[in-house]
Design a binder for this molecule. Structure first.
Ligand code: UDP
Length: 521
């Protein structure tokens, strides 16, 4: 395999990816690369996110945060992903741009039989592509190791899904920090589930059981676990997850995108019971202050952010429901129709981010020919806005008109909802989202569950329009909604204090930097 690797200064990358040829890029950045070795007393960190938006977005925020503390950052990524990362960084006026560099590794899609350009998990649209994606990730080990040996950073922060990054760090004798992109609660729940396997002692998939050792008497069902756990089988996904979980034990410590006050009991449990070394430095999304950087976060919005803000400006405070299921989840036409009917019946204003399963991606379901999103969109004009593609989520959530968030409970979205002080309707689909739902609805009590019962890998479990309408009304109307809103606002306030000077996340970040410096120099 021909591996090419280049390292670059992001404003130049921005210029070149927009205006120049790739060949020129390669030559140019090899030149720059020679200046990148870690010299002197400046701390240099490699950040290596998984090629999935929900992992790259917080890592880019982390890069901004660390660079604002004078640390030299190199984000390691692949050609296509480098474009959105570079745009996100470029949109940020507040950071020291010269301190963030990109190092680009070729993504071996073709080598493993993936279509060319398939470099991000959201392009893994069928289960059959997943094992190939994992193979491609594993092939990155050699070029990553070459880059580490060449540029000799003082520390590596690598995604949990690169378990071999600890071995690479060990060869250079530097610490590898882990990033798993989720919070303390879900990680504790996952670990206790794995250790005690309570799901093996129930007689049906729907019989509730307690998650052992997890504070708060949290109940769960087998149905809300991934199928490999439900059925006690080993498959590509189970191995991928097992290796990732084990790699945490080999890493120097973990960086958590959360804040102490949000899940104090679980942060203590993670550190004191599970014995993990961790620093909480979030919510990372709060490092985006300006409209432009919020709008460019993660991907280019498919809507003009000013148009979107103007639409929201015309609505009353807390009157709009924002509906978005993250970067990966897609629904078929039947489910979209139920969401649409539920939104309409709730009589609330809404912004709905729609990502639809394309016909060729449908593994089972047939499309409903009697319903059209376009017709619904026309009927709802003025009351509802539909965004096809990518929404400026943080910008929308932070607007005072937004009073509710229907979310799939990805950790970034959950935390962004918390930081915005918005009550949530929880609609988990897969990954650790069912645990996040428990945190939101039962521990924090800032949301209600729409009623999803089953973990599904790619296309979500079916929910009817009645359940959608009911859940929306519960977070938007009446006394219960008022109480949730007050708690949500309080948490939002706490999150801001956590990242401000002397706040818990700010202090943990100080401690992390101090420790890394003491190891490096
Ligand atoms: N996001 C966004 N616009 C969209 C969809 C998602 O900005 O239209 C962002 C969202 O703000 C969050 C991330 O993408 O930061 C999704 O991460 P999350 O952990 O919530 O879910 P995942 O996509 O990993 O399932």
């Amino acid at each position: 395999m021909k591996t090419f690797l280049y390292i670059l200064h992001f404003p130049l990358l921005f210029f070149l990816t927009h205006f120049s040829s790739a060949t020129f890029l390669l030559h140019f950045f090899n030149l720059l690369g020679s200046k990148m070795c870690s010299e002197g007393s400046e701390l240099h960190m490699f950040l290596f996110p998984l090629m999935a938006r929900g992992h790259m977005i917080p890592i880019v925020d982390m890069a901004k945060l660390l660079s604002s503390r004078g640390i030299k950052i190199t984000i390691v990524t692949t050609p296509l992903n480098s474009i959105s990362i570079s745009n996100s960084i470029h949109a940020s006026q507040s950071i020291s741009a010269s301190k963030i560099h990109l190092l680009i590794l070729k993504f071996p899609s073709v080598e493993v039989g993936l279509p060319d350009g398939c470099e991000t998990s959201d392009s893994i649209i069928t289960s059959a592509l997943f094992p190939k994606f994992i193979s491609a990730l594993n092939l990155l080990q050699t070029p990553f190791e070459e880059a580490v040996m060449k540029y000799r950073p003082h520390c590596i922060v690598a995604d949990m899904f690169f378990p071999w990054a600890s071995d690479v760090a060990a060869k250079l004798g530097i610490p590898r920090l882990n990033f798993h992109g989720t919070g303390f609660f879900s990680f504790c729940a996952m670990e206790f589930m794995k250790i005690h396997q309570p799901y093996n002692h129930v007689s049906s998939d729907t019989e509730p059981f307690l998650i052992p050792c997890l504070p708060g008497e949290i109940t769960f069902t087998k149905m809300k676990l991934p199928e490999f756990m439900r059925e006690n089988v080993k498959n590509d996904l189970s191995e991928f997850v097992d290796k990732a979980l084990e790699s945490e034990l080999k890493s120097y410590g973990v960086i958590i995108n959360s804040f102490y006050e949000l899940e104090a009991e679980y942060a203590d449990c993670y550190r004191n019971v599970l014995g993990r070394k961790a620093w909480h430095i979030g919510p990372l999304s709060l490092c985006n202050k300006e409209t432009e950087e919020k709008a460019q976060r993660g991907n280019e919005s498919t809507i003009d952010e000013h148009e979107c803000l103007k639409w929201l400006d015309a609505k009353k405070p807390n009157s709009v429901v924002y509906v978005c299921f993250g970067s990966m989840t897609k629904f078929n036409s039947d489910q979209l129709k139920e969401i649409a009917s539920g939104l309409e019946a709730s009589e609330k204003n809404f912004i709905w981010v729609v990502r639809k399963v394309k016909r060729e991606e449908e593994e089972e379901e047939e499309e409903d020919q009697d319903w059209s999103l376009e017709e619904f969109e026309q009927r709802m004009e003025g009351k509802g806005m539909i965004i096809r593609g990518w929404a400026p989520q943080v910008l929308i959530l932070d607007h005072p008109a937004v009073g509710g968030f229907i979310t799939h409970c990805g950790w970034n979205s959950t935390l962004e909802g918390v930081a915005a002080g918005v009550p949530m309707v929880t609609w988990p689909v897969s990954a650790e989202q069912f645990y996040n739902e428990k945190l939101v609805t039962e521990v924090l009590k800032v949301g209600v569950a729409v009623g999803v019962e089953k973990w599904v890998r790619i296309v979500g479990d079916f929910i009817g329009k009645g359940a959608v309408e009911k859940a929306i009304r519960r977070v938007m109307e009446g006394e219960e909604a008022e109480e949730m809103r007050n708690r949500a606002k309080e948490l939002g306030e706490m999150s801001r204090k956590a990242v401000a000077e002397n706040g818990s996340s700010c202090s943990d970040l100080d401690a992390l930097i101090k420790e890394l410096k003491s190891l490096a120099f």
